[in-house]
Design a protein around this ligand. Structure first.
Ligand SMILES: [Fe+2]
Length: 336
């Protein structure tokens, strides 16, 4: 999605060649169409057609937001802004330019790249998830800017952190693609899940390394309780850092070890209090943690773990207890 702003034809005064491209927005079709490329003279016929569109309200004349500075400078309105305002506009425009570039690169690559399913199969086979993590980074970097703080933060996290293969990035990437597979298309919900996936386990930094490095099956119930304290610690660290998150995102973090039947930790929240996003994060984190050997000390290919969960295999430490929102779709995590 590229951001635009609308102008009135008269704001162009008698300028007939300008360094920005004109678009026409048709509300009925919700479509922006390129009308006149930058540096192409606006002929009288083209001008008349725009005037007709404007007078009859059949469309709006639009310019990409990233060209706002150029537009203001061209029509002589830049001097109306204080240097501070001009700097703020310039800053926003730089973000928008970066965003537009990401959208264009993503669209270009989408035409030639391998289907996601093949990338995932290869990632599991070679135990190298970087290609799928980078795919997630590309998609998240095209999220709209300035819609909400959490959406901007998801985009920022993706651009600054989703460039290496580690457990957190695997969880972020697979949670994101699995959520899309389950029909979550709303940027806001996706961003809530992405930010929660990045931040849910930061409280683990305060957990004793003895608990972290032991096989999960061998830890005592006291150690287990200590382990689950990381959920509250994560939230406390987030509060202290001053990072602004939506209430939904905070709830996903709070619930990322809860179970639909109320048997989860630390709050034993039942299904009624759980969002699909928090169940997704719990499921994806669990299968990845199990696969990397964090739960029973044995590494297994992700596909084997998924099939075991689906078959409700009674394997020690493996959670097969999922709600009807997840259960029918368990194996589809392998065919994103
Ligand atoms: Fe956790």
């Amino acid at each position: 999605m590229i951001a635009y702003f609308y102008i009135k034809l008269k704001s162009l005064k008698d300028i007939r060649t300008f360094p920005f491209t004109l678009y026409v927005y048709k509300e009925k079709e919700n479509l922006y169409t390129e009308y006149l490329k930058a540096n192409t003279p606006l002929t009288q016929d083209s001008y008349n057609l725009l005037k007709y569109i404007e007078d009859n309200k059949t469309g709006k004349i639009a310019i990409k937001l990233s060209q706002r500075m150029t537009y203001l400078a061209t029509v002589g309105e830049l001097s109306e802004y204080t240097p501070q305002e001009a700097n703020q506009i310039r800053e926003k425009i730089n973000i928008l330019k970066e965003h537009e570039k990401a959208v264009e690169t993503n669209q270009k690559e989408a035409r030639t790249r391998l289907p996601l399913r093949s990338v995932l199969t290869k990632a599991i086979d070679q135990d190298d998830f970087l290609p799928i993590i980078l795919r997630a980074q590309k998609e998240i970097s095209t999220f709209p800017v300035n819609l909400s703080h959490t959406i901007s933060l998801a985009r920022h996290f993706a651009m600054t952190h989703l460039d290496k293969d580690n457990l957190t990035n695997r969880i972020v990437a697979l949670s994101f693609f699995f959520a899309k597979k389950l029909g979550i298309e709303d940027y806001k919900k996706q961003a809530d899940l992405i930010c929660a996936s990045f931040l849910a386990n930061i409280g683990l930094t305060s957990i004793s390394p003895n608990i972290m490095h032991e096989s999960f099956e061998e830890v005592t119930s006291d150690q287990r309780e200590q382990y689950y304290k990381h959920v509250k610690v994560s939230r406390m660290l987030i509060e202290k850092s001053g990072v602004q998150l939506s209430e939904e995102c905070k709830a996903i973090i709070d619930h990322h070890h809860e179970k639909h039947d109320g048997s989860g930790m630390p709050g034993q929240i039942s299904q009624a209090g759980l969002s699909l996003e928090s169940e997704i994060l719990e499921f994806i984190s669990h299968i990845l943690e199990f696969s990397t050997g964090l739960i029973n000390g044995e590494k297994s290919p992700l596909s084997s773990v998924v099939y075991m969960v689906d078959a409700q295999a009674g394997v020690g430490g493996l959670n097969t207890n999922y709600s009807d929102k997840i259960k029918p779709h368990i194996t589809s995590v392998l065919s994103l």
